[in-house]
Design a protein around this ligand. Sequence first.
Ligand code: NAD
Length: 329
Amino acid sequence: MRIFVTGAAGFIGSHYVRGLLDGEHADVPDAHVTVLDKVTYAGNLNNLPIGHPRLTFVRGDVCDDELLNEVLPGHDAVVHFAAESHVDRSLMSGAPFVTTNVLGTQTVLEACRRTGVRRIVHVSTDEVYGSIAEGSWTERSLLEPNSPYAASKAASDMLARAYWRSHGLEISITRCSNNYGPYQFVEKVIPLFITNLIDGHDVPLYGDGHQVRDWLHVSDHCRAIHQVLMNGRAGEIYNISGGVELSNRELTGRLLELCGVGWDRVRQVPDRKAHDERYSVDTIKIRDELGFAPQVAFEDGIAQVVAWYRDNRAWWEPLRRGADLAAER
Ligand code: NAD
């Protein structure tokens, strides 16, 4: 099987591609993978086994339809991860989010239509639903995105649906909760806090940290995406989550404990604008239809992630130097 993966120099896409090449997905033992990635500030070639005989890496933009015309034909499927993905950046400037997430998705879908690549998984997020005080969203819930990031992802979901309905492309959409794992760029809360603590700095907690997020290990997310690719139905949306709800304060406490430091290392900073209170997706559909259940227990997974950042300073230190993390909060 030849799989075309966009945005796989980033956190989740690179995990998926490493898994494909390492034989983690038994139904595609010899998958050939083409990665298309612009290598923005969030992309990192060190996340991929460049030079692997079954990997072709193309540096380029998902908005570049001529390039897509050239490199897409002959693939059996597309898994579309490429996106601008950081909510805080979208609050500073929404334009790159609309360009990559909306126009980029439309360009990829149009190229699939033109070149006859029919099977596509569009990787989206639970943030498209907005914020929910109680209960959980099903795949049929209203979309009420609150950040430019979430709005651009919601728009891309609508385009994916339209290309399924209008052009008969076999598109499935996944909407996952927050991921954690190794190789996550240092601006996101878990790696930011861990690397700050390892380096002896404080960690900036938004407001009183009461907002709730549902955490899933990246390997479970990738297994779910792969199951959707192989067995999911076209035109369908699949929610994915770990079912591990933690307030940001609870998460911070866990990270402080694992790093062996106390609450004196926490600096309260003004809350994010329109900070979503809670995300929660109902995952009965993917469980019942595809038999998906997360395998990594949060306690184990988060301890491994702290250990990974401790053991892989050479991976993240240059990224911290390059990123203006102070400006993040
Ligand atoms: P990431 O920011 O780590 O990686 C994004 C990748 O896309 C980078 O390699 C970047 O170089 C590439 N990219 C950006 N713009 C591009 C363009 N115009 N053309 C080609 N490549 C481009 O993101 P991530 O956390 O790995 O997220 C991947 C996908 O999963 C996104 O679509 C995101 O919305 C979705 N998602 C993420 C989470 C999460 O918790 N991180 C949860 C649910 C869904």
